[in-house]
Design a protein around this ligand. Structure first.
Ligand code: FUB
Ligand code: ZN
Length: 668
């Protein structure tokens, strides 16, 4: 039974925790990111987004006026370092080749916010951004500031690395979101024209191609669903089916460059391109490999294709990749991509805590993949992973005041080591204001602003409640409208109430039974109850004024890692509900590795202020090894210990009280 998300404009998040997050995005994050896109944030790495759009617009205008545009740059390398923006040459491109995507992601997030509530200032900033994008679109509808400014004749010659189709995908996502939020067609027209430009060159019976960084696949599927225009699904299917087949399109384009440089050509087999998930046809894939964000975006596109084409073979491939990514390669925090070498997936069970990469965007990609798997066939294992990624790694990506961000999400941090050890150069002990490669902050904004689309989906006869986020929302059930209110507060407990505020309908409301729930009680008079794949289906007549309640037991849990994970051997971590906990220096002093957890000890749940919010923390008895004057090595004897009370805070809230040690897994 397939399902689709409810329109965001029909969902009002009222949840004490999530409403604050969404408002933070609106009031602090989006305005800040707009300043960043315009290079007006002192002390932050420049974005160059508006700069590049304006420079490209001048080039395009010159060409449209019949003049010539001779670029002063060559499309070499992935990043063009710029000076201080005040000293920048107004006609040059600066930053990463995929810089255009940052602004597209920002527009997408802003559109979701505008679907939730009007905001004239935000709307007019988006309009400025759209005007800038429209002006940078070439006469033949091509749109990419990097190639416009470095030589348009070179476009589509390095799809492997130069992210044209990635920027295109983000443009499409933004355009559909904007149209759905405001009814405005302008950005959608720009995106459709660019899609058509791509479709004139690539597709069945035309040139073969596939994106080096996936997203175009899921974006085109979304464009197809939004417009009903079949050519976008055809193009998405084409990109998926070309991927990993011989002759490798990446090898062919590399060889074209090598020929120009007088270098010998390489074999055109696909097997060298596992980093790009282009080493075998996607339908044959069994293991999540290579760059983690790309892999998750590919999986999302594959899941869309499996659903929209009703393609069981593609679904089987999705299931295998899900198993690999989630059952063998996911951190307890829902992060994926264990190695900083290439921001990539490592071997199964290789999940180091201190050198973890676990990019925020990769966890976001896992959320995308999970929602799409749920749309195909509801099963709480997808929702459990989605919730784990969301409540832990995704949330950790942003400070509680919305002013700084993590790109990398380690599970163990010693700031002294981060500052001095090159092996940890990628690990920041404090969130950063912005990044030269700023993929994560706007990705967090777009996901959190569209949270409702992950909380609920519906098919004709069933409404699915995936995430327990307090909200008021409207849905249809078997063609009849219902206004519903969901009350929950997972930061406190697992009590859920669903009330019918208005309307009457017959059908099923399916509630996910979270994997963390240690039993549940259900009060649902006059409803037939059935459990399937981790969902409780309550079927019957739903009428105004009625209420059903669920109470999921939410004890503190002590988790262990699979014995094959070397890094978690002999350690435990604490969890409660969707939250994974960690110890921080701010509460427990330095040298956290000397703490010894006592798995049998009962933990108390208390509320503590952390930065601007009050959060549930755990207090639990533990021991601390006394380490005074010990030689480097000595004969073993039972260590001297002191009794301590360990304070554990939700992982997502770490690094909000200055720099200090942190660890998720505790020795015991
Ligand atoms: O390459 C575009 C984005 O930048 C990727 O998704 C991130 O991992 C970062 O490399
Ligand atoms: Zn990122």
């Amino acid at each position: 039974m397939t399902s689709k998300p409810l329109p965001l404009c029909r969902i009002q998040i009222t949840d004490a925790f999530w409403k604050r997050e969404q408002e933070l995005i609106r009031s602090a994050v989006l305005p800040y990111q707009w300043e960043a896109l315009n290079d007006r944030v002192e002390g932050a790495a420049p974005s160059w987004w508006m700069h590049n759009m304006r420079a490209a617009a001048r080039a395009v205008a010159a060409k449209k006026a019949g003049g010539q545009y001779i670029p002063r740059q060559k499309p070499r390398g992935m990043v063009i370092e710029g000076p201080d923006p005040a000293q920048a040459d107004p006609d040059l491109f600066y930053g990463w080749v995929f810089q255009d995507s940052d602004g597209y992601k920002w527009i997408e997030a802003a559109a979701y916010q505008l679907a939730l509530a009007p905001d004239d200032a935000l709307q007019s900033q988006v309009q400025q951004a759209i005007d800038a994008i429209g002006a940078a679109q070439e006469a033949d509808s091509y749109l990419n500031t990097f190639y416009t400014l470095t030589g348009i004749e070179n476009r589509f010659t390095n799809l492997k690395d130069h992210h044209e189709l990635y920027c295109f995908g983000h443009l499409v996502e933004a355009a559909v979101a904007w149209k759905e939020a405001t009814g405005r067609q302008d950005l959608l027209d720009i995106a459709r024209r660019f899609a058509a430009c791509i479709g004139r060159r690539f597709g069945p019976g035309k040139e073969r191609a596939c994106p080096g960084h996936e997203i175009a696949e899921m974006a085109l599927m979304r464009l197809y669903e939004a417009t009903g225009e079949p050519e976008w699904r055809t193009l998405a299917n084409f990109f998926l089916d070309v991927r990993g087949t011989a002759p490798s399109t990446f090898a062919l384009e590399e060889n074209a460059r090598r020929r120009k440089d007088g270098l010998p050509e390489l074999p055109v087999t696909a097997d060298r391109y596992a980093y790009y998930q282009a080493h075998m046809p996607v339908r044959q894939m069994t293991e999540a490999t290579g760059h983690a964000v790309r892999q998750m975006y590919l999986c999302s596109g594959m899941a869309d294709a499996a659903r929209l084409n009703n393609d069981p073979e593609m679904r089987e491939a999705c299931l295998r990749l899900w198993h690999s990514a989630v059952d063998e390669k996911m951190y307890v925090t829902g992060g994926v991509g264990g190695t900083h070498v290439g921001e990539a997936f490592s071997r199964p069970y290789d999940l180091p805590g201190d050198t973890a990469y676990s990019e925020t965007c990769a966890a976001i990609g896992l959320v995308f993949f999970a929602r799409r798997m749920l749309q195909m066939a509801p099963d709480s294992r997808y929702t459990d992973a989605m919730e784990r990624a969301l409540y832990n790694t995704v949330l950790a990506g942003m400070a509680l005041d919305g002013k700084s961000f993590f790109y990398v999400n380690p599970l163990e941090v010693d700031p002294a080591a981060c500052h001095s050890d090159d092996r940890l150069r990628h690990v920041q002990p404090q969130r950063q204001k912005w990044f030269g490669c700023a993929c994560c902050p706007p990705n967090i904004s777009r996901l959190l602003s569209s949270l409702g689309a992950y909380a609920f989906t519906r098919s004709d006869g069933t409404l699915f409640v995936h995430l327990y986020v307090s909200s008021r929302f409207e849905t249809e059930l078997n063609g009849r409208r219902l206004q519903l209110r969901l009350q929950a507060d997972l930061m406190r407990d697992g009590k859920i109430t669903l009330s019918v505020m208005e309307g009457a309908a017959e059908g099923a409301i399916a509630f996910r039974i979270p994997g963390w729930a240690d039993g549940m009680t259900v009060h649902a008079p006059r409803k037939e109850q059935r459990r399937e794949k981790g969902y409780l289906y309550l079927t019957g007549a739903w009428t105004q004024g009625e209420k059903i309640t669920l109470d999921f037991a939410m004890p503190v849990r002590v988790l262990t890692g699979n014995p094959l994970i070397r890094e978690t051997a002999g350690q435990i971590c604490y969890a409660r509900g969707p939250l994974i906990y960690c110890a921080e220096e701010a509460d427990n002093g330095k040298l956290l590795h000397l703490l010894r957890a006592i798995p049998q000890a009962d933990a108390e749940v208390e509320t503590q202020a952390i930065g601007p919010v009050s959060l549930p923390v755990l207090r639990v008895a533990a021991k601390r090894i006394l380490a005074k004057d010990a030689p480097l090595y000595a004969d073993w004897k039972a260590p001297e210990t002191a009794d301590v009370t360990l304070t554990l805070i939700p992982y997502f809230a770490w690094a909000n009280r200055g720099e200090g040690e942190m660890r998720v897994w505790m020795h015991c």
